[in-house]
Design a protein around this ligand. Structure first.
Ligand code: ATP
Length: 514
């Protein structure tokens, strides 16, 4: 674990050093859990957003996008349940004065038991080799059986406490499991309290009687209150979806792990409106399709898993998370929820307006059911960054830090470098940049040795480096160096566009999903 922490620290400092992510307000000592994206970060982030947006709106004829305002009528948050129920259970340690989410402390305890089980299985697999029967081992090994029982009991108790909103019981679980504060190491816990995560502000001058409004904690409600506008003006027929990318704000109790948990973050949400009774079929569809979107990036299929929810939110009848293996364990990156007709019914009730859909095939009016896919841009960014980072030992004892970013997401697609700063090579290199820049984000670099220039591009994940040398002037060929293999091939300048395009275009990624 210590080693994993080290890797994570290195990733965080790499992100800063190479212009991906900066602490917000850094020269004023920073603002907790708020971050700014730098010159490379913003490109990576935009590419992630484009991949999502195009996968949703180009590949699905029946999905369109919107961009709704962050401020909305405050009654929307009453109707959605956020004013009354968007809470986290918090607990303080009296000695360290540190604050924790009670549910997260217990989830970490569950993960510890899971880890022990997996370690036992892995050890046995190694010992027995090919003859290992994993299912049989899990069913019969006394230690594993005991641990599974312990885990299931804890899990059941925890799920019940969360469902019943029983804060005393959550505290009792923490006491009974002897969970200690990671900072003070003591069990000196306060009571568990509920804490609402919405930021409030005031709209209008106080003289007019200002109205309390909220910074939206999710983008979804902007879609719900517009669904009929879009349906009517876009002549959409059920099933159809509305996608949106935008900022969301949550006053998170604990903000750790860099951009994993932020107070201001960005979401990519899609609400898919379906006939009542068909929601679970569509839930399965979107569950599978969203995982496919992740896996197409080629970061390793084993890094993903589903985590089905036990405590369903007040609005859901099925929910799962797609988790990604970060250096600090498997963590939620995306949620897929079957939200029933809860939100639309609530808005109908609170607004007093009829927002039912008329289904021409059934010749009836109904309130559609909704499947939501909701992914955090920043968490997705973090998963891409973590899985791409490598400190590589090279032949000859040299090392390099390389980001193996999926090529279509890389901030810079190619860098063009004259071998020396004279003999007409810079001019030729510039001419190549001027041609490629219309299609790919292209950099020109002539400073330092060629080796150093390659390292700089490796560190920001540039898939291709093009080197212009004296031979280029004679036969119009350059060396094309590939980031991951470091292989260099001699290619004609006229072929560059095609060779690069095949690897870096978003198009090729989208085709994998078709
Ligand atoms: P968590 O349990 O981690 O607090 P959540 O279940 O409350 O997350 P959702 O409400 O389902 O999250 O939000 C959908 C997605 O938005 C999450 O999967 C995550 O990627 C992202 N997200 C939520 N909260 C944050 C945050 N504070 N910082 C960054 N991303 C977030």
């Amino acid at each position: 674990m210590a080693q994993q922490d080290d890797v994570f620290k290195k990733i965080v400092s790499h992100a800063k050093e190479y212009g991906f992510v900066f602490q917000s307000s850094e020269i004023y000592d920073g603002l907790a859990a708020v971050y700014d994206y730098g010159q490379n970060g913003v490109e990576l982030k935009n590419n992630i957003k484009r991949y999502w947006w195009e996968a949703m709106t180009l590949l699905h004829e029946n999905i369109v996008g919107i961009d709704s305002a962050i401020f909305m009528h405050p009654t929307i948050w009453k109707a959605s349940g956020h004013v009354d129920a968007f809470n986290d259970p918090l607990i303080d340690n009296r000695d360290s004065k540190k604050r924790y989410r009670a549910d997260v402390l217990i989830e970490e305890e569950l993960a510890k038991i899971d880890d022990k089980i997996e370690k036992d299985v892995a050890k046995a697999a190694k010992r027995f080799g090919d003859s290992f029967d994993e299912t049989l081992f899990r069913q019969t090994n006394p230690r594993v059986v005991e641990r599974v029982k312990e885990r299931d009991e804890l899990h059941e108790r925890f799920a019940k406490a969360m469902n019943d909103n029983n804060l005393d019981e959550l505290r009792q679980i923490i006491i009974d499991r002897e969970i200690v504060c990671p900072v003070s190491g003591t069990k000196n816990w306060t009571e568990v309290r509920q804490f609402n995560l919405m930021f409030r502000t005031e709209m209008g001058s106080t003289a007019d009687g200002a109205m309390t409004v909220y910074l939206r904690p999710e983008t979804a409600q902007g879609i719900f209150v517009n669904y009929l506008n879009v349906q009517k003006t876009g002549r959409m027929r059920i099933p159809f979806g509305i996608a949106q990318i935008g900022k969301a704000f949550r006053n998170e109790i604990i903000a750790r792990q860099f951009i994993f948990r932020m107070r201001e973050f960005e979401q990519m949400e899609m609400q898919f409106f379906v006939r009542p009774g068909e929601e679970l079929k569509w839930f399965e569809y979107w569950k599978e399709w969203r995982l496919r979107w992740h896996k197409a990036l080629g970061m390793g299929d084993r890094k993903y898993r589903y985590h089905d929810h036990d405590k369903l939110a007040h609005y859901a009848n099925a929910a799962t998370d797609i988790e990604f293996e970060m250096p600090f364990g498997f963590k939620e990156v995306e949620g897929i929820h079957s939200r029933t007709n809860f939100d639309l019914s609530q808005h109908e009730k609170f607004s007093g307006k009829n927002i039912k859909y008329f289904d021409p095939e059934l010749n009836e009016n109904y309130t559609p059911y909704v499947i939501e896919t909701s992914i955090g841009v920043d968490r997705m960014f973090l998963s891409v960054l973590c899985s791409s980072y490598e400190e590589q030992k090279l032949e000859g004892g040299d090392t390099r830090v390389v980001l193996h970013l999926p090529a279509p997401l890389a901030p810079v697609k190619c860098a063009v470098m004259p071998l020396v700063k004279k003999d007409g090579l810079p001019e030729k290199a510039r001419a190549i940049v001027d041609d490629l820049k219309f299609d790919f984000s292209t950099r020109y670099d002539e400073k330092d040795s060629i080796g150093k220039r390659y390292r700089r591009q490796d560190a920001i994940g540039t898939p291709f480096c093009i080197t212009v040398d004296h031979q280029t002037l004679e036969d119009n060929t350059v060396t094309l160096r590939e980031r991951d293999s470091m292989e260099q091939t001699r290619v004609n300048v006229d072929d560059l566009h095609r060779l690069i395009h095949d690897r870096v275009s978003l198009n090729s990624l989208l085709r994998k999903l078709a």
